[in-house]
Design a protein around this ligand. Structure first.
Ligand code: SAM
Length: 267
């Protein structure tokens, strides 16, 4: 069993967990089993982001057709090759952000105990790729979980919340205390599942997500100020009138529906 403190200490030997890669390894087999059951379908391939020592990979293999994992750290990669000998397991020593997801033609599940420092770019990459996603199940630090489920008006509400909520049904699956990791992080985590709720339209999404990111470019400024670099004032005022928006409104005060309507008016 990889998810145990004795195994982690044994295979790490002289190695230290690398903070720069957000390495905190799961050492609770019960939690790992729960995550894998949520994440997998027997007939589907699971893509794993950041397998580390393989605690989650081992369990994902149990419940999936195959596992394709992306690990940035050469030390982890070497350990993984040694620890998991299953022909259904493939690991690529690669930064997930540089990986080519166009190689997947079939529907996939995605799972990972995500490294904190790149959680947001990883999620944007997944959402904006052409991957045919069945479900994404991720462990994130609680703060990122809050941003994902944030509603308009909240401090945490931003482009990430809007992209997620436009594309997926978000479910908070588990709260995970810090003591199930080695080394223990300073904050608690949460497991979240994301299930697609609409047919993909990449051309529309590219335009809409780019528009939303621009609206949040300077959070402290009014939406009007952020839009000024994209459209002339007359066009902005006309759009505000059509959407019934006040001139001093900020991006974080708009609902997903209001963003959609505003984008439609501009485009
Ligand atoms: N899945 C393991 C577990 O749950 O015990 C390890 C999780 S650890 C929080 C995150 C893992 O992601 C580390 O193994 C780290 O080296 C790897 N990682 C960090 N940045 C990455 C990136 N950009 N692409 C792929 N893997 C990355």
């Amino acid at each position: 069993m990889i998810a145990s403190i004795s195994h982690v200490k044994k295979v790490m030997g002289e190695l230290r967990a690398k903070k720069k890669y957000g390495q905190n390894f799961l050492i609770d087999a019960n939690i790992v089993d729960k995550i894998a059951r949520i994440a997998c379908d027997e007939e589907l391939v699971t893509i794993e982001i950041g397998p580390g020592l393989g605690a989650l990979s081992e369990m994902l293999l149990k419940y999936s057709k195959a596992v394709k994992a992306y690990e940035i750290d050469k030390d982890m990669y070497a350990i993984l090759l040694d620890s998991i000998k299953d022909e259904r397991f493939e690991v690529y020593c690669e930064d997930f952000l540089d990986s080519d997801l166009n190689v997947y033609e079939e529907k996939v599940n995605v799972c990972g105990n995500l490294p904190y420092y790149v959680t947001t770019p990883i999620l944007f990459k997944l959402f904006e790729s052409g991957l045919d996603i069945n479900r994404i199940t991720i462990m994130v630090q609680k703060e990122v979980g809050d941003r994902i489920s944030a509603e308009k008006g909240s401090e945490d509400y931003g482009a990430l919340s809007i992209e997620v909520q436009y594309l997926f049904k978000v479910k908070q699956e588990l709260n995970v205390p810090r003591n199930v990791f080695y080394p223990a992080p300073n904050v608690d985590s949460a497991v979240i599942s994301l299930t697609p709720i609409r047919a993909r339209d990449h051309e529309f999404e590219e335009g809409f997500f780019g528009f939303v990111k621009n609206c949040f470019r300077m959070r402290r400024k009014t939406l009007h100020n952020n839009l000024k670099d994209l459209y002339d004032s007359e066009k902005i005022e006309e759009a505000y009138e059509k959407c019934g928006l006040k001139k001093d409104i900020r991006a974080q005060q708009l609902s997903l529906e209001e963003f959609l309507k505003l984008y439609e008016v501009f485009e």
